[in-house]
Design a protein around this ligand. Structure first.
Ligand code: SAM
Length: 220
C-alpha cells in the first residue's frame, strides 16, 4: 500500500508564489510551470527547513549532493522539450524531483544515480507515486545501454565534456541537455542529433552544478 504524501493549502500557496518567481525569471513553458506547481517539493526537506522548500534555491539532500534550484529544473526541462511518451534518460537522479517533473510531463523516464543511498531513497519515493519511473544504480556517464536509444537525455550534474556514450545512446532527432565546463561554472548546452551523424549545438546560460563523476566525467 502507498503511504500518502502530505500536501496542504499552505504548501500550495507557497508553490504558487514560486511559480510567480519562475515566470519573472523567464520560464514561459506553461506545461513545465504546471508540473512544478503540482509537485510537493517540501517532502524532500526536513520539517526544520520547510521554509526553504519553495524558495528558488538548491538545497542539500545528503551525501554532499543537492536538489537543484527550481529555476534550473524548470529551465533544463524547458530546453529538453519533452513530450508525452518520449523515452527520456536522466543522469543524476538525486532526490528524484526532476524525474518526477519529467514523469508528470508524460515522459517515459529512466534515471541513473551513482550514490547508493540516494538511489535507495528515490526508489522508495517512486514506490509511493503512480509513475513508472525506472531507476538504476551506476555510472550515468556511460548512459543506460540496455535501455537505449533515448529520445531525450538530461544530465543534472556538471560535466567536463559531453560523454560519447550519451551521444551514441541518443536517437535520431533526439536532444541532449547537459551543463559542461570546469569545476566552478558550466554552460548549459543542447545537442540535437541530425541525419548523417551531424550534431547541432546550442549554448545557453551559465550555472554551477555538483560534479558529474565517472568514467566519462570527473575523476571519482
Ligand atoms: N536531478 C536531481 C534532483 O532532482 O534532485 C539533481 C541532483 S544533483 C544536482 C546531481 C546528482 O548527480 C547527484 O545526486 C549526484 O550523485 C549525481 N551524479 C553525479 N555523477 C553521476 C554519474 N556519473 N552517474 C549518475 N549520477 C551522478
Amino acid at each position: 500500500m502507498r503511504e500518502s504524501i502530505e500536501d496542504s493549502y499552505r504548501h500550495r500557496g507557497m508553490r504558487r508564489a514560486l511559480l510567480g518567481k519562475l515566470r519573472e525569471k523567464g520560464i514561459h513553458d506553461e506545461r513545465v510551470l504546471h508540473a512544478i506547481g503540482q509537485i510537493p517539493r517540501h517532502i524532500f526537506f526536513d520539517a526544520a527547513f520547510l521554509e526553504h522548500a519553495y524558495q528558488d534555491k538548491a538545497f542539500p539532500i545528503g551525501e554532499g549532493q543537492t536538489i537543484s534550484q527550481p529555476y534550473t529544473v524548470a529551465r533544463q526541462t524547458e530546453l529538453l522539450d519533452v513530450g508525452p511518451g518520449m523515452k527520456t534518460l536522466e543522469v543524476g537522479t538525486g532526490s528524484g524531483y526532476q524525474a518526477w517533473v519529467l514523469a508528470l510531463l508524460g515522459a517515459k523516464v529512466f534515471s541513473v544515480e551513482r550514490i547508493p543511498a540516494l538511489y535507495q531513497k528515490a526508489l522508495h519515493l517512486f514506490r509511493r507515486l503512480p509513475y513508472a519511473v525506472q531507476l538504476h544504480l551506476g555510472d550515468g556517464t556511460l548512459g543506460w545501454k540496455s535501455r537505449a536509444p533515448f529520445e531525450r537525455i538530461l544530465v543534472t550534474a556538471g560535466a567536463p565534456f559531453v560523454p560519447d556514450a550519451l551521444l551514441e545512446q541518443l536517437s535520431l532527432g533526439g536532444k541532449l541537455v547537459i551543463p559542461v565546463g570546469d569545476d566552478q561554472q558550466q554552460r548549459m548546452i543542447r545537442l540535437t542529433k541530425l541525419a548523417g551523424n551531424e550534431i547541432r549545438k546550442e549554448e545557453f546560460e551559465v550555472y554551477r552544478f555538483v560534479p558529474l563523476k565517472g568514467k566519462l566525467g570527473w575523476n571519482e
